[in-house]
Design a protein around this ligand. Structure first.
Ligand code: SAH
Length: 246
């Protein structure tokens, strides 16, 4: 059941707040779940077997119903080892890449997280299970609205969906313990590093439109250190500090 009175949707300002509800409520919502076996298989064969070991990430991915974030015509492939189309020429990332990024961020229960590239909200739902409060910025208004509706329907937790240009971060909510960017940038947008808390982590794919490297940036005081994680391919991050519109 959705608590309508807790919904907050400021049309002009484009800030959408999803009501906070517990993991227990979300789990209760899922029964009976015809996709539970497919989801547990995904966790075993695509994540655990390939080296994702963070139990917080694995249990969130065993819980959050990925099929609910794509169109019903795609439900039979919702737990496959692939990205899935979500409209507007965008995709929901491959489960392994999502798991890899979430594990690399080493999230704690109370962490305040900024997500850039909400899509339809799948990864936002995972973040809400693992961390504390989530602010997620999406460029496409229609996707931001779909994400808000998905996250509210599934009672995913403390997520605020913002429609805007995430290459500038979201200064109003800073500083963040972690920032996760799920679209490819030509370089690291400076605002994202500025909006990291002391000890904060940023994960972002950086490179060309065709191919990128997943980078993990850690902030310690005024210094940052960067680690290369994996070659990858994401849809482009389009905005003031991203790629220009194609
Ligand atoms: N996080 C999603 C992935 C979405 S794909 C998941 O759970 O799988 C990447 C998203 O980034 C797309 O929805 C795209 O519209 C969005 N995007 C691209 N440029 C952006 C920008 N400057 N600010 C915010 N979102 C952006």
């Amino acid at each position: 059941m959705v608590i309508l009175s807790k919904r907050f949707w400021r049309i002009g300002g484009s800030v959408l707040n999803v009501p906070h509800l517990s993991t227990y409520r979300m789990a209760a919502n899922l029964e009976p779940d015809p996709f539970l076996t497919a989801r547990l298989n995904m966790v075993g064969s695509q994540l655990r077997r390939r080296g994702i070991h963070d139990e917080r990430v694995l249990s969130a991915m065993a819980l959050v119903p990925r099929h609910e974030f794509v169109a019903p015509q795609l439900w039979d492939v919702a737990y496959s080892d692939d990205p899935l189309p979500i409209g507007e020429g965008q995709t929901i990332s491959q489960p392994f890449i999502v798991g890899l990024m979430l594990e690399a961020l080493n999230l704690n229960a109370g962490d305040h997280v900024l997500e850039i590239g909400t899509g339809t909200g799948y990864q936002s739902a995972l973040l809400a299970q693992i961390a504390g409060s989530i602010i997620s910025v999406e460029r496409h208004r229609r996707l931001a609205e779909i994400a808000f509706s998905n996250l509210t329907r599934l009672q995913c937790g403390d997520v605020t969906v913002v429609q805007g240009d995430g290459t500038l971060g979201w200064a109003a909510g800073a500083p963040y313990d972690a920032i996760i960017v799920s679209a490819a940038a030509p370089r690291i947008p400076p605002a994202l590093v500025e909006q990291l808390a002391e000890g904060g982590r940023l994960i972002i794919p950086v490179g060309s439109v065709e191919t990128q490297e997943l980078l993990l940036v850690r902030r310690q005081g005024n210094r940052t250190s960067t680690t290369w994680l994996e070659g990858c391919r994401f849809v482009p991050l389009i905005g003031a500090e991203g790629f220009s519109r194609a």
